[in-house]
Design a binder for this molecule. Structure first.
Ligand code: FAQ
Length: 225
């Protein structure tokens, strides 16, 4: 079975990697700020029109050279994983909050403390339910991988116990059980006060194509990050 995606490898020194992080990371941080500011600004229309022209100019400047489509996941020869396009954690993705996720390879889990600002609003003042599913899917996937049983999300069930206020949040996920290629991950998301606002359970499955690759190569399971 042909894999639906593959990881590219690039030759890059640690110094080049660090410079890339600083330069593109700086651009993305500036864009995240711009994104929030553009939602909240109350400046007069003539200022907004001038700002719009400047933003268009920047898009012209940056689009002179681009990769053809999505970023994908690119691994450097020195072992760094460049999942820059990831919508939750991507270093070059201004849509990503972004989350810094800590994996626990001993217990098989993952956790994160993060901030969801006004850009992630659903009900007034509260986080959109789809955004909560989005961040939990990523944390759960990383928990399964940290437990040594990576997989793709087969199912993800959420129980929204109470609305999640915009602002500081935290989430934790752990491998509850494994059965062959299937891993059950459980976890919860909390608001700034420590109240559990979402409980979730996910089933992560090592895909058939990955099983076939593993059987052929004898390697350890890949990380879908
Ligand atoms: C991989 C799979 C889910 C299963 O394919 P295959 O392996 O070819 O399936 P196969 O037919 O060989 O069945 C094997 C066993 O599994 C069972 N079973 C099968 N499906 C389901 C099910 N849905 N639910 C429940 N069970 C299911 C089936 O009955 C059988 O059980 P049995 O042995 O009889 O007891 C495939 O449908 C797929 O790719 N879906 C899209 C996934 C996707 O796009 N997810 C979102 C992107 S990931 C992401 O964003 C998160 C992330 C972030 C960071 C890091 C990591 C993750």
């Amino acid at each position: 079975m042909t894999p639906p995606f593959e990881y590219r490898t690039v030759d890059m020194t640690d110094e080049e990697f660090a410079e890339e992080q600083a330069v593109y990371g700086g651009l993305t941080e500036a864009l995240r700020r711009l994104n929030e500011v553009s939602l909240r600004t109350t400046m007069p229309h003539d200022v907004i029109l001038e700002a719009t022209r400047k933003v268009e100019e920047l898009s012209e400047l940056l689009s002179a050279e681009m990769i053809p489509g999505n970023f994908g996941v690119v691994v450097t020869t020195s072992g760094h994983v460049r999942g820059y396009g990831n919508t939750v954690v991507g270093m070059r993705n201004a849509i990503a909050p972004p989350l810094k996720i800590v994996q626990d390879h001993v217990k098989g889990g993952a956790s994160s403390e993060f901030f969801l600002n006004a850009l992630y609003e659903g009900p007034p003042g509260k986080v959109h339910g789809g955004v909560l599913a989005l961040v939990l899917d990523q944390i759960f996937g990383e928990a399964a991988a940290a437990g040594g049983t990576p997989g793709m999300t087969g199912t993800l069930t959420l129980r929204y116990r109470q609305p999640t206020p915009l602002g500081a949040c935290s989430a934790e996920a752990w491998v509850d059980s494994t059965a062959g290629i299937k891993t059950i991950v459980k976890g919860a998301l909390k608001d700034a006060e420590g109240n559990v606002t979402v409980e979730a359970e996910g089933l992560f499955i090592l895909p058939r194509w990955a099983r076939e690759q593993l059987a052929a190569s004898g390697e350890t399971p890949p990380q879908y990050e």
